[in-house]
Design a protein around this ligand. Structure first.
Ligand SMILES: NC(=O)c1ccc[n+]([C@@H]2O[C@H](COP(=O)([O-])OP(=O)(O)OC[C@H]3O[C@@H](n4cnc5c(N)ncnc54)[C@H](O)[C@@H]3O)[C@@H](O)[C@H]2O)c1
Length: 315
């Protein structure tokens, strides 16, 4: 089996590529190593996780580049994780999101079509639910009320995937991830930012006085769900990959404080506009179709994260 992993130097893509390589699968990674966050972290992941994996530097919006890559390699499927991630930055640079997350996947589908590659597993997001439904989020709601350009672009990609399924028989499993965390995570995500600030003695902004609930999913669980999806062709499907058990923001801060051994300076703030009180996954479909259930509890996951953080950042 030969797989293309896009965004393979990223937080999730690098962990997935290592797992696939360890499973004896032939993996080719593409990544453009952009500067959205510290490129050193992407290079460090490459060293740590992509030993023995072919890494090709390039952009998914570069069609001639992809055409050549697909001519040189006969892929059985594409694991598509390359994206402009992060909700906040989509306020500053919406065009980057449409370019990479919408145009990028469409170009990828065209090239897959040209080379008769018939399967994609796509890293989608719980953000697609927007305000369309109350938690727990179930896959069968229309998800037509995104509240950020990031969410709208990721949802648009799911819709494009459906059209390539109907028109050209390319099967896509869209996995909607719920807040992924763990070692080697992105520096723009809450857990890493909070850890940084707690160590520096700086204040952390705690919205709605900490009365918010989020579904955190440990990186190894996400990878396991992804691997199960690779081995389970389903036509076109959308499946949540989350814990299904939300954690309170204050509990999250408390665990970080405990693992870091430093009390946090909390800046308690009211609810942010556009924010939602609670997000978590309905996990029944993942259980039914993929036989998938998360294994790592939050406390253990935070412990692993802090251990890595202290080691990597010499904190
Ligand atoms: N981390 C989460 O909590 C989370 C939650 C839901 C969904 N997702 C999705 O999972 C995927 C991976 O997220 P992540 O947290 O690992 O992010 P990440 O930013 O660490 O990884 C994305 C990788 O894609 C690469 N990339 C970006 N644009 C590219 C382009 N045009 N061409 C080639 N490479 C490009 C980046 O350099 C990066 O290495 C994304 O699609 C994201 O939307 C992540």
């Amino acid at each position: 089996m030969k797989l293309l992993v896009t965004g393979g130097a990223g937080f999730i893509g690098s962990a997935l590529s290592k797992r696939l390589h360890d499973d004896g699968i032939d993996v080719v990674v593409i990544d453009n190593f952009n500067e959205y966050y510290d490129v050193t972290l992407k290079r460090s992941r490459q060293k740590e996780f992509l030993n023995g994996v072919e890494v090709v530097e390039g952009d998914i919006t570069d069609k001639p580049f992809l055409e050549k890559l697909f001519t040189d390699n006969q892929f059985d499927a594409v694991c598509h994780l390359a994206a402009q991630a992060g909700v906040r930055y989509s306020v500053d640079a919406p065009e980057v999101y449409v370019n990479t997350n919408v145009l990028g996947i469409q170009i990828l589908f065209e090239v897959m079509k040209n080379h008769s590659v018939k399967r994609m597993i796509y890293a989608s997001t719980s953000s697609t639910y927007g305000t369309a439904t109350a938690a727990p989020f179930k896959e069968d709601v229309s998800a037509d009320k995104p509240v950020s350009v990031y969410a709208a672009a990721k949802r648009a990609a799911e819709l494009l995937a459906h059209s390539y399924y109907v028109q050209y028989g390319i099967e896509t499993t869209c996995l909607r991830f719920f807040t992924v965390y763990g070692p080697w995570s992105r520096p723009d995500m809450a857990m890493l930012k909070f850890a940084q600030k707690i160590i520096a003695g700086a204040q952390i902004d705690v919205y709605n006085n900490g009365d918010l609930r989020r579904d955190f999913t440990y990186i190894d669980d996400i990878v396991e769900g992804f691997v199960k999806a690779i081995h389970t062709p389903l036509g076109y499907e959308i499946i949540n990959v989350g814990n299904g058990s939300p954690v309170e923001l204050l509990k999250f801060v408390e665990l970080l404080e405990k693992e870091l051994g430093i009390p946090a300076q909390k800046n308690l703030l009211p609810m942010q506009q556009g924010d939602v009180y609670e997000t978590y996954a309905d996990t029944n479909k993942a259980k039914e179709l993929l036989g998938f259930q998360t294994k790592v509890d939050f406390k253990t996951g935070v412990k692993h994260f802090v251990h890595w953080y202290k080691d990597y950042y010499k904190a």
